[in-house]
Write a protein that binds this ligand. Structure first.
Ligand code: SF4
Ligand code: SF4
Length: 198
């Protein structure tokens, strides 16, 4: 055996020995969650106005902008009896297929109302196609202080332009949720809305 061949294994163990004293880079995921960058592209969110009405107007621009054909939108007309957004139209059906989505953010850029943004949530893996198709109910932002769940009437004395100018900062006193007839709800005699099977 030449000198060189004899030294190779020793040099290899030297690398191992040095690595034993280096700082470990192993991440203890999922027990310890890593903080993402502030502008990380994670799961989408459909936003609301400060009074709880929805910002989505069902225009489908996000769906047209998507290079992966991952978004499906069906718009519908608001009525005074069942209003989901301040303007004429709202997104009745909204779905994002995370089996297709590449989290590029082009849909967010295309949205004219800032209804669609992306969160920092990245745990999207699942085992079935059905569970990877997120519905409007899953994507819609939760209610915060001052909001009333849609459908409900627009803030008295305002129009949709006032909403986009930021002049509406919360639901008007006495605002109550309307009955969502288009979703199969019926108005019981006591005036409270009640859900029934569609
Ligand atoms: S992030 Fe990109 S791929 Fe995903 S839905 Fe939006 S446009 Fe489509
Ligand atoms: S999320 Fe934005 S772009 Fe997409 S349908 Fe709603 S308003 Fe239009």
């Amino acid at each position: 055996m030449s000198d060189e061949k004899w030294q190779n294994p020793v040099a290899g163990f030297g690398v191992t020995f040095k690595a034993m004293f280096k700082k470990r880079l192993t991440e203890q995921y999922p027990e310890q969650q890593k903080t993402t960058a502030p502008r990380f592209h994670g799961r989408h969110q459909l936003n609301r106005h400060p009074d709880g009405l929805e910002k989505c107007i069902g225009c489908e621009l996000c769906a047209w902008a998507c290079p992966a054909d991952a978004i499906y939108v069906e718009g519908a007309d608001n009525t005074e009896e069942e209003r989901y957004s301040p303007g004429e139209r709202y997104g009745r059906v909204y779905q994002i297929n995370y089996a297709r989505c590449i989290l590029c953010g082009l849909c967010v850029e295309a949205c004219p109302t800032r209804a669609l943004t992306m969160t920092n949530e990245f745990e999207l893996a699942d085992s079935s196609r059905e569970s990877l198709i997120y519905t409007k109910e899953q994507l819609l932002a939760g209610l915060t202080e001052g909001m009333v769940e849609a459908p409900h009437s627009i803030f008295p004395g305002t129009d949709d332009t006032d909403y986009y100018r930021g002049l509406v900062t919360g639901a008007a006193p006495g605002t109550v949720r309307q009955v969502a007839v288009s979703k199969g709800e019926v108005a019981p005699e006591n005036g409270q809305s009640e859900e029934v099977d569609a």
